[in-house]
Design a protein around this ligand. Structure first.
Ligand code: BTN
Length: 184
């Protein structure tokens, strides 16, 4: 009976994107607002993964990145890794990167085009999904959901800029490599 295999190209793209998310972690996190959750560049990675690789491969690249982090590789901003970041205040945001990439990829696939408006919508939706996971978890972690939501407002300006940057980069990639990268 033939065994299901992951095409080598899919695997390569997944690994390359996981590495790209790790590179974004070289930018140091900025701790403002008192929640213990840093402002990072790295959360642009899962959004771009969904935009460029699509739902299946984009999500796989985020899962791979988070798995490597969880087993101890220092891939998060500031060279952090291991289980601690997942059970600390950032835990919900980190886990939220998985459904975030998934939702971005699904929206791009459902709307059947990858132009700037679609990518803006998809990336913004992916960000909202991450906020839902992150703020809910932070609220449970601190025992104050309202404070968690207010403290997270500090992320909005930077994240809005990341959504625009991700959509622009995604649109350029799709234009340069039509049909080559994205697939759900
Ligand atoms: C970590 O490195 O410990 C986790 C980072 C999670 C940061 C979240 S992602 C959404 C929001 N935007 C940011 O810039 N930071 C938070």
């Amino acid at each position: 009976m033939p065994r299901p295999t992951l095409p080598a190209g899919d695997l390569a793209r997944t690994v390359v994107f996981a590495a790209f998310i790790a590179v974004l972690g070289l930018f140091p996190g900025l701790y403002v607002g008192g929640s213990g959750v840093p402002i990072v560049l790295q959360n642009a990675g899962p959004l771009l993964a969904g935009c460029v690789l699509g739902a299946r491969r984009g999500t796989a690249s985020v899962v791979l990145f988070l798995a490597l982090t969880a087993i101890g590789l220092p891939l998060l901003s500031g060279g952090r890794g291991g289980i601690a970041p997942f059970i600390g205040p950032s835990g919900g945001f980190l886990i939220g990167w998985i459904p975030s990439a998934l939702v971005v990829g699904l929206i791009v696939a459902r709307l059947k085009r990858a132009n700037l408006p679609v990518l803006l919508l998809a990336a913004a939706a992916g960000l909202v999904v991450d906020y839902v996971f992150g703020i809910t978890y932070l609220g449970v972690y601190t025992g104050d959901l309202g404070a968690a939501a207010v403290q997270s407002l500090v992320f909005l300006p930077g994240d809005a800029a990341k959504v625009v940057a991700v959509a622009l980069i995604g649109a350029v990639v799709h234009r340069a490599l039509p049909g080559k990268l994205v697939g759900s």
